[in-house]
Write a protein that binds this ligand. Structure first.
Ligand code: ZN
Length: 134
């Protein structure tokens, strides 16, 4: 498949307000909602052809999204890129000198393995690598 934008992750305080807002904005309901235990977030995916918007609401006060919103408010949180081989890509990026948040992939939303690359090494943009599994 090769690399492509999987989705744009947006931190929101409350899906109850943001899902209707984005439904109105995009002219469609979300395609998928899911709680991601590993990251303590509730997510709502709005698929737009080959990519998507992923709304992220903190599921607990310790969630990274809760901390992000407390510090910077709601807004674009990360950009996710599909890769074919997430482990290979992580070791390639590490070798290239990128700072990894996750040395190993973990379970993300939508049957994906995910891993984050630190914004300090990517011009301030948190990058998520995602690989579809199953
Ligand atoms: Zn994401």
């Amino acid at each position: 498949m090769g690399r492509r934008i999987a989705h744009i992750g947006i931190a929101v305080r409350d899906l109850k307000t943001s899902v209707p807002l984005f439904s109105k904005l995009l002219g469609k309901p979300p395609d998928h909602t899911e709680k991601v235990e590993d990251q303590q977030v509730h997510t709502a995916m709005f698929v737009l052809k080959e990519s998507a918007f992923e709304l992220l609401e903190p599921a607990s006060p310790d969630s990274v999204i809760a901390k992000y919103i407390a510090k910077r408010g709601e807004g674009v949180h990360h950009i996710s890129i599909y890769v074919d081989d997430i482990k290979g890509e992580l070791s390639r990026l590490k070798q290239e000198g990128f700072q990894l948040v996750d040395e190993k992939p973990r379970k993300g939303a939508n049957h994906c393995l995910v891993a984050f690359v630190h914004p300090k090494s990517t011009n301030g943009v948190l990058i998520e690598l995602a690989q579809k599994v199953g």
